[in-house]
Design a protein around this ligand. Structure first.
Ligand SMILES: [Zn+2]
Length: 415
């Protein structure tokens, strides 16, 4: 058989297939043609020895509704294929009203496989939900959103809503209950943002622990709790006890999963506590947007935005962080391959390398040294390993990881 490309000699890590070892991967006609310990060079060979070959990486939390969501939305391919990531899930950018624009202007022209969790709100995630008055229960239409989700199953894979003290101070949990109704009606998972987003309404005070206590019983198997490691109040760590909130355990037992949703609010201290308590994130999700990454030639001051961030990150940087925090490499790989494929209900399409499937493949390198990794609460660590993207194949088409959004690996120089 003739191949279009043979990736030769890389270490293939594919948790869904139970594969971790040196294999050759052959591509033909945009599909995986064969995976064997040694394949004949029946086509152009790319030597990937010393590198790691993964099923195409899936970023479960992106903000790529460029232009429509203001400065918040990044270019899909900069977050996607040009960063070594073959699938990006926009979290809550498009709404029932703006989904057709998302399809025509973002998903279709992108080289990256683009999916979304549709916003529970009529307006979607404009400027990253900057104006709270757009996000109350009167600004949700359950029937319309369910209909659009059901009409667009190739793109819409879940529902996005928020549970945080600013919203609760205005409307209690009314909005999240409507979000849950949409998810039930559409037969899709609900992805819930934890951690403060909006300032509390003047003259009110919401106990973040109480909010988590009321929220979690609303969630079902397959729903997703995001931002467990947030440095803002309302994450997994109880403000009363300093330990993981007991109700979180009950949720995880029911099959609710955890997405890191790194973003500007990732905290090493919180992550250490949650992981030490025995909670493993199921999916990763970089949560990059126009205010928390460095955009070349942005040309204006974005620092006034509440989610402005200076600590550099992307998906592979977030992988390096959870690797540093003690997760095994195979578990880290699962958070960007097999697990998100299940979360999206697409385990039969993406998340593993199997002959006959579209050739979505990510090739990364693990650098050894002393690398500085930092968060936005001022904590930095020195990691011995740094995962960096090299290139990816999306349906067999090759993209070099040349995105300006991939932060350079900064090695610490011994004094
Ligand atoms: Zn986000």
């Amino acid at each position: 058989m003739q191949f279009d490309m043979v990736l030769k000699g890389g270490r293939v890590i594919d948790p869904a297939a139970g594969r971790d070892g040196v294999f050759d991967v052959a591509i033909a006609g945009g599909k995986i043609a064969a995976i064997e310990s040694s394949l004949p060079a029946n086509g152009p060979v790319t030597d990937v020895s010393g590198k790691i070959v993964l099923p195409g990486m899936i970023d479960t939390h992106g903000h790529i509704y460029q232009h429509v969501t203001g400065k918040f939305g990044l270019n899909a391919d900069m977050v996607g294929v040009a960063s070594g990531v073959t699938t990006v899930v926009d979290q809550g950018g498009p709404s029932c009203m703006t989904l057709p624009g998302f399809r025509a202007f973002i998903a279709e022209p992108a080289k990256t496989r683009v999916l979304c969790f549709i916003s529970a709100y009529l307006v979607g995630g404009l400027e990253g939900h900057y104006y709270p008055e757009l996000y109350g229960p009167d600004q949700v239409n359950v029937a319309h959103t369910v209909r659009v989700a059901k009409e667009n199953p190739d793109i819409v894979r879940g529902i996005k809503a928020h549970a945080e003290i600013g919203g609760a101070s205005r409307w209690g949990l009314d909005v999240i209950k409507l979000g849950k109704e949409i998810a039930r009606g559409a037969g899709l998972p609900l992805y819930i943002h934890l951690g403060q987003l909006w300032p509390e309404k003047e003259g009110t005070h919401i106990d973040p622990d109480e909010l988590v206590r009321e929220l979690v019983p609303l969630m079902d198997e397959g729903d997703v709790l995001a931002h467990p490691f947030t440095r803002h109040p309302g994450g997994f760590i109880s403000t009363e006890t300093g330990d993981v909130h007991p109700i979180v355990w009950a949720a995880l037992e029911r099959g609710v999963t955890v997405d890191v949703g790194h973003g500007s609010h990732f905290s090493f201290d919180m992550a250490r506590q949650v992981i030490a308590a025995g909670i493993k994130p199921y999916t990763l999700g970089a949560d990059m947007h126009g205010y928390n990454v460095k955009i070349p030639n942005a040309g204006d001051d974005r620092s006034a935005n509440p989610f402005f961030g200076v600590a550099p990150f992307n998906l592979t940087n977030a992988m390096s962080k959870i690797l540093h925090l003690g997760m095994s490499l195979n578990d880290v790989v699962a958070t960007v391959t097999s697990n998100p494929a299940k979360m999206l209900g697409m385990a039969d399409t993406i998340g593993t390398l199997a002959p006959g499937r579209e050739a979505d493949v990510s090739v990364v390198e693990i650098l050894n040294g002393a690398f500085e990794l930092s968060d936005n609460s001022g904590v930095s660590v020195t990691a011995a390993k740094m995962i960096v993207p090299v290139f990816c194949l999306r349906a067999g088409e090759r993209f070099v990881a040349s995105s300006p959004l991939v932060p350079p690996a900064v090695e610490k120089i011994a004094a």
